[in-house]
Design a protein around this ligand. Structure first.
Ligand SMILES: NC(=O)c1ccc[n+]([C@@H]2O[C@H](COP(=O)([O-])OP(=O)(O)OC[C@H]3O[C@@H](n4cnc5c(N)ncnc54)[C@H](O)[C@@H]3O)[C@@H](O)[C@H]2O)c1
Length: 469
């Protein structure tokens, strides 16, 4: 598929030019209309879902949802009809009825969002459509669940917050890494005081995608390469930050105050574009010098005086890592290269690690962990996330991740961009909760009030490697 086939209209230069506007908006006063943190929407017996964006990620989501009881897949939307048809075949394979199909033009998703017989719109398109579709869904009375990042600009972050508060519809960012096994274990350990006071956390998205980003057949319309071509900051902070923020009760007892961000130069992408363009004119439009720095390091200070480091590097030939480091006054944990815990100079031996697992494995993992591994999706975390989302909606429980989390984790990209453009000077982080972070309850770690959603038996074994997150 050529780039011309998808009019993504990536407003990259506009985004760069928007930096000042975004900064102004960081300090904007927002009067919270209604607190969506801890908000429980009316129970839904069945959750009727419409999916938009049926590429690599969307097709996996449709398949996972097909295993969850109480779900009806009623709408399927993609720019390309054959992608919709492929998912209809998948529903057939699962013995499920056909969904309504929406395709053929770039606005077909609007029609789906307007359908009164849908409860939840599940968004898995390229980044530029996440906020427009989420906002339109909520305006049309649907809950919205969107892939990461939920927004690309500060203005979009506020649009999500304001729309969710006004419509009282959930807007969840699908930060699946919050549901990975070690991340959940360390969240429970933190909650039980194992680490003492949390002082510092680290996360990252270190994932060599150099070839994928330049692959003509990978991301529709080359959307991912274009994001990397025009925005110089921490492009994909949410996987590293999500679990660390939950552990630090960010938006629920603490909040981010300011950040500083530094990027290296680009040593790889412009060179790669030139090399490819010499053989194939398709790549001519990518031979620019705007590429983001290969390594970005962003440091965040919280209101309680704690620090977070989040890195981004998707081009260097490095081993995959989201770091996931938690450091407190009594102990620490680090997930990569393999999960370790310590309270002294040495890592715990395997027997101690086993004891920790037995003591601190949270209820969701005990209830659904094995099944999640079978259904799959990055080793099971994707399935745990989907199951929990549906279980909360069916039982009228607050979601684990609300619109303030979506906005906060997403705003790190435009704010880091501003800091990088300004010799790493500090930038204030907006308080999307408008002060309610002081009293918002921490993320629920039990299945209290829920846990009633069943799963259809699966014999499928996950073949998705950790590396493809
Ligand atoms: N959480 C994770 O672990 C994870 C992993 C991979 C991707 N993602 C995210 O998922 C999203 C999708 O990534 P992907 O790899 O599937 O990309 P992709 O390019 O494979 O899929 C995007 C799909 O959106 C469709 N689309 C584009 N414009 C559309 C429109 N106007 N209407 C309807 N459909 C439209 C495309 O045709 C394509 O099928 C991205 O936001 C990405 O960051 C998350």
């Amino acid at each position: 598929m050529g780039t011309g086939m998808l009019a993504t209209g990536l407003a990259s230069q506009a985004a760069v030019n928007n930096v000042e506007t975004n900064a102004e908006r960081s300090s904007r006063k927002h009067n919270q209309r209604f607190n969506m943190s801890g908000y429980a929407a009316p129970k839904l017996d069945k959750v009727r879902i419409g999916f938009v964006g049926l590429g690599g990620r969307g097709s996996g989501a449709v398949e996972r949802m097909a295993y969850i009881e109480g779900v009806e897949i009623v709408g399927l939307c993609d720019l390309y009809e054959d992608r919709v048809e492929k998912m209809e075949k998948l529903l057939e394979k699962h013995g499920l009825p056909r969904a309504k199909s929406y395709s053929g033009n770039k606005d077909a998703w609007k029609q789906m969002c307007e359908d009164p017989d849908i409860d939840l719109i599940y968004i898995t398109t390229h980044w530029e459509l996440h906020t427009p579709i989420a906002v339109y869904s909520m305006e049309n009375g649907k809950h919205a669940a969107t892939e990461v990042p939920a927004a690309r600009t500060i203005d979009e972050c506020w649009q999500l917050v304001e729309t969710s508060e006004r419509t009282r519809k959930h807007c969840m960012m699908l930060e699946n890494c919050c549901y990975d096994f070690f991340e959940l274990l360390t969240l429970n350990m933190a909650r039980q005081g194992f680490f003492g006071e949390i002082v510092h956390g680290e996360g990252a998205y270190i994932h060599n995608l150099l070839n994928e980003n330049f692959d003509k057949n990978k991301y529709v319309g080359m959307w991912r390469l274009k994001e990397n071509q025009h925005r110089n900051g921490n492009l994909y902070p949410t996987h590293g930050l999500g679990p660390v923020c939950q552990i630090m009760d960010i938006n629920r007892g603490d909040k981010m105050e300011y950040l500083t961000s530094m990027s290296s130069n680009d040593f790889q992408m412009a060179a790669k574009a030139k090399e490819l363009a010499a053989k194939d004119s398709f790549y001519n439009e990518f031979t620019t010098d705007h590429y983001r720095g290969n390594m970005n390091t962003t440091t965040i200070r919280t209101q309680k005086g704690r620090t977070i480091v989040v890195q981004h590097d998707v081009t260097s030939p490095r081993v995959y890592s989201r770091i996931h480091l938690v450091s407190g006054t009594k102990g620490m944990a680090c997930k990569y290269p393999d999960p370790r815990v310590s309270t002294s100079h040495e890592w715990f031996k395997p027997e101690r690690m086993k004891e920790l697992e037995e003591k601190y494995t949270p209820e969701i993992v005990k209830r659904i962990g094995e099944m999640a591994k079978k259904v799959g999706g990055h080793g099971g975390m994707d399935f745990m996330m989907d199951w929990r989302l549906i279980d909360c909606l069916r039982n009228g429980l607050p979601l684990d991740q609300d619109v303030y989390d979506a906005a906060l984790l997403s705003c790190i990209l435009p704010l880091s961009e501003k800091s990088v453009a300004n010799r790493s000077n500090s930038v204030d982080v907006p308080d999307f909760t408008n002060g309610s972070w002081k009293t918002n309850a921490p993320v629920e770690l039990t299945l209290k009030g829920g846990g009633t959603t069943g799963v259809k038996e699966s014999k499928k074994v996950d073949t998705t490697k950790q590396l493809s997150i």
